[in-house]
Design a binder for this molecule. Structure first.
Ligand code: IPE
Ligand code: IPE
Ligand code: MG
Length: 242
C-alpha cells in the first residue's frame, strides 16, 4: 500500500515570532500577534489540502522562564485570540483541543480554554491541538503516573492511551520553523516515526507556499518504519519488476 501524499497529521513548532518582530524593530509581542494570523492561515490551508489533524506548539513548559511582560502578553493574546476566533473555527468545522498542564494557568486562560473546547467539541472537519504549557516529558510523566496509580505492568499501548494526544494518531510530519535544529521538548513520544522538516522561514512568514513545499518534501520521503526499502515499495512498482 502506498503512503498518502498528504500527511494525515502535521505537527508544527511555531518558532521565530520574536525574530520576525525584531527585524522590524517591533516589540516581541507584535511577532506573537502576527503568529496568530499565520496559524489561522495555516489551519485553512491544511484543511484545503486534506490534512485532518494539526498540532501546534504555542507555549512550552520552559517558556515561563521568559521575561514576565512577554509571558503575560502571550497569556493575554491567547485568551483574546481564542474568544475572537472560536466563531470562525466553528464555521470551518475545527475542533479545538488544548494539550498541556492546566495547573498554573490563570482562571481567565482556563476559562477561555474550557469554553473553546466545549463550543467546538462536535466539529469533525479538522482537529486542531494547541500545545500550551506543554512539554513532552511532562506528557510522558503524567501518563506514567496515571498508570502507576493502577498498579499494573505498563505496556507501550497503555502509555499511548494515556498521553495527552491519545485522541489522534501520531504525527506523520513534524515541521519546525525559525531555523533551529532541535525538538525543544515537543511530542517526544509521538514523533518516534514522524518525518521531520526544518525551515529557516520564521513562523509569521510561513504561508501556503511554505506549507506546500513542506508537503512536497514529505511526499518524496520513504517511510520504512524499520523495514527495508524493498519491503515498503508500493505494490504496483513491485509488480512491475516481476
Ligand atoms: C515562538 O517564537 C513562540 C513561543 C515560543 C511562544 P519565539 O518567541 O520563540 O521566537 P524567537 O525564537 O525568539 O524568534
Ligand atoms: C519552542 O520554541 C516552543 C514553542 C514554539 C512554543 P522556543 O523558542 O521556546 O525553543 P528554544 O528555547 O529555542 O529551544
Ligand atoms: Mg524561539
Amino acid at each position: 500500500m502506498s503512503v498518502p501524499l498528504v500527511p494525515h497529521h502535521i505537527a508544527i513548532v511555531m518558532d521565530g515570532n520574536g525574530r520576525w518582530a525584531k527585524k522590524r524593530f517591533l516589540p516581541r509581542i507584535a511577532g506573537h500577534k502576527q503568529g496568530v494570523d499565520s496559524l489561522k492561515r495555516c489551519v485553512k490551508a491544511c484543511d484545503a489540502r486534506g490534512v485532518r489533524v494539526l498540532t501546534v506548539f504555542a507555549f512550552s513548559s520552559e517558556n515561563w522562564q521568559r521575561p514576565v511582560d512577554e509571558v503575560s502578553g502571550i497569556m493575554d493574546l491567547f485568551a483574546i485570540a481564542l474568544a475572537r476566533e472560536v466563531p470562525q473555527l466553528n464555521r470551518d468545522g475545527v475542533q479545538l483541543r488544548f494539550i498541556g498542564e492546566r495547573k498554573g494557568l490563570s482562571a481567565r486562560v482556563l476559562k477561555s480554554i474550557e469554553q473553546a473546547e466545549a463550543s467546538t467539541a462536535s466539529n469533525h472537519q479538522l482537529v486542531l491541538n494547541v500545545c500550551f504549557n506543554y512539554g513532552g516529558r511532562w506528557d510522558i510523566v503524567q501518563a506514567a503516573a496515571k498508570l502507576n496509580a493502577m498498579g499494573l505492568p505498563i505496556t507501550e499501548e497503555d502509555i499511548n492511551q494515556n498521553l495527552a494526544l491519545s485522541h489522534v494518531p501520531d504525527p506523520d510530519l513534524v515541521i519546525r520553523t525559525g531555523g533551529e535544529l532541535r525538538i525543544s521538548n515537543f511530542l517526544l513520544w509521538q514523533s518516534a516515526y514522524a518525518e521531520f522538516e526544518f525551515t529557516e522561514t520564521l513562523w509569521p512568514d510561513f504561508d501556503e507556499a511554505a506549507l506546500d513545499a513542506a508537503i512536497a518534501v514529505y511526499a518524496g520521503r520513504e517511510r520504512r518504519f524499520g523495514k527495508t526499502s524493498d519491503q515498503v515499495k508500493p505494490v504496483n512498482s513491485v509488480a512491475s519488476l516481476t
